[in-house]
Design a protein around this ligand. Sequence first.
Ligand code: CMP
Ligand code: CMP
Length: 316
Amino acid sequence: GGSVFSLWTCGVPFPGSISRVLYTFAVALQVVHPKTDEQRCRLQEACKDILLFKNLDQEQLSQVLDAMFERKVKPQEHVIDQGDDGDNFYVIERGLYDIVVAKDNQSRCVGRYDNHGSFGELALMYNTPRAATIVATTEGALWGLDRVTFRRIILKNNAKKRKTYELFIESVPLLKSLEASERMKIVDVIGEKVYQDGERIISQGDKADCFYIVESGEVKILIKSKTMTSKEANQEVEIARCHRGQYFGELALVTNKPRAASAYAVGEVKCLVMDVQAFERLLGPCMDIMKRNITHYEEQLVAMFGSSMDLLDPGN
Ligand code: CMP
Ligand code: CMP
């Protein structure tokens, strides 16, 4: 659809002459791509788990959704080319997309988006050339957000996020070895999620796509052991608790396997959540610490169940 500029006046119509005056003085003009109800529904569904949108207030989110536009893509289409200037940020409605990074004259596929997630934020956030090429490998549907709206709303929100989370992120033991600037890049891409008492955060056996740091409250980790007798096998056994500053959900991302255990909120819980692409891009320096802790999981499972088979072959 075509884009119209509407004044930032909550949709109240103004006569032409007044509009022109207001237009001149309006500090922020808002991009609006009109959408049908059906499009709006699909857009809302595609955006509901987008981490960069999690910390927006309602007004900011509705401005973002108003500004988004639909883009259909064909197999082999390059949505983004590495080295280009950044024009849009994209949210995936459907389709598979390869992430290709060229370095030292070699192109390598470093990951893939599978029917959800988002990409294209880096060039817009940091005013840098596109850091990767994104190629659709199937037919797909995307929702784009223009650079100006992205910077006006998401960057402003990120400044607030940095203030809110800076001290906390500095206190997270796992992230101690990172430079201050690297920790800020983590803050830029995380989203906060809130869970109610008893709510399941991770399900054993599920495909994994994010990583969690506990900001407040308590998370319990439960496992259904395959090494127990069938009567016991359907029972979940508590194996760990995570508190403020601790992390979970890294194992499946590191091993590329389904979730090894389930995680539940104990009381109200707030987590900072990072997607797998950001995890791989930003937490490389912390990998040794995580791997060392994974050997502790194995020892713990051996002590409890006589085997750590669950970590090698999770699933239900
Ligand atoms: P941007 O640099 O604007 O355009 C390419 C996008 O690919 C980038 O933003 C990220 O959103 C995404 N991406 C995913 N994985 C990587 C990666 N390993 N390195 C760089 N960009 C990545
Ligand atoms: P993941 O497998 O992605 O999802 C479940 C998480 O539970 C797992 O990552 C770990 O972060 C966490 N966990 C804590 N203790 C254990 C353990 N002993 N074995 C497996 N996972 C554990």
